[in-house]
Design a protein around this ligand. Structure first.
Ligand code: ZN
Length: 200
């Protein structure tokens, strides 16, 4: 975003992305009536509230913003307390969001289990990204062994699926964070939430 109203409840609460007067970086009308063109621009005007200074001591070829994938994963991890060392987090799906989730979770000092439909992702998950464990979601024995062990799950899958099998992996009061946006309605049994588990 390049600007918001800066005075509504969302803006004052640090949730400017929910502001009804938000001006997006791309394809919004700015206050002067011009259209914002995001990365197609030669230059942009951004309110200082939404700019982060590149650290003086960091070489330009050593730092880069993590942009959408970064904030989509980092924000809910922080908001829901899924950033505490020693907690066990599951990451469903190892695409763009999933691999960032693994990297953040390891940087937070968490135990990380990647859950994937694809056995071929094991090497990338464990050896390249440093996950502690890998579970194939279609393997009933592996899913059973992981049951009730996780404080949280970052679910990045966009395919429509039953949530039951994943909710079973959570400890009581565990939280599943949905980052994927399946087109079809979710299937969630109320019984799978009765031990205080939540979906957000
Ligand atoms: Zn606002």
């Amino acid at each position: 975003m390049v600007n918001t109203c800066q005075s509504c409840e969302s803006c004052e609460g640090g949730h400017e992305n929910y502001c009804s007067k938000i001006i997006f970086t791309y394809n919004s009308h700015d206050r002067d009536g011009t259209v914002t063109y995001g990365g197609y621009s030669d230059m942009v005007v951004v309110n200082e509230r939404f700019v982060i200074r590149f650290p003086d001591g960091m070489p330009l070829d050593r730092g880069a913003p993590l942009l959408c994938a970064g904030i989509t994963v980092y924000n809910p991890m922080k908001h829901h307390g899924l950033n505490e060392a020693g907690k066990h987090i599951g990451v469903v799906g190892l695409g763009g969001l999933g691999h960032v989730a693994v990297k953040f979770a390891k940087a937070f000092g968490m135990r990380v289990t990647v859950i994937s439909t694809s056995p071929g992702k094991r090497e990338e998950a464990m050896e390249t990204l440093g996950a502690d464990a890998f579970v194939v979601s279609g393997d009933a024995n592996q899913m059973k062994a992981a049951k009730g062990t996780m404080d949280g799950i970052m679910n990045t899958a966009s395919a429509s699926m039953s949530m039951y099998a994943y909710l079973a992996l959570l400890k009581p009061q565990g939280k599943m964070i949905l980052l994927g946006l399946p087109e079809k309605p979710l299937q969630i049994s109320a019984f799978s939430l009765v031990t205080g588990k939540s979906v957000s």
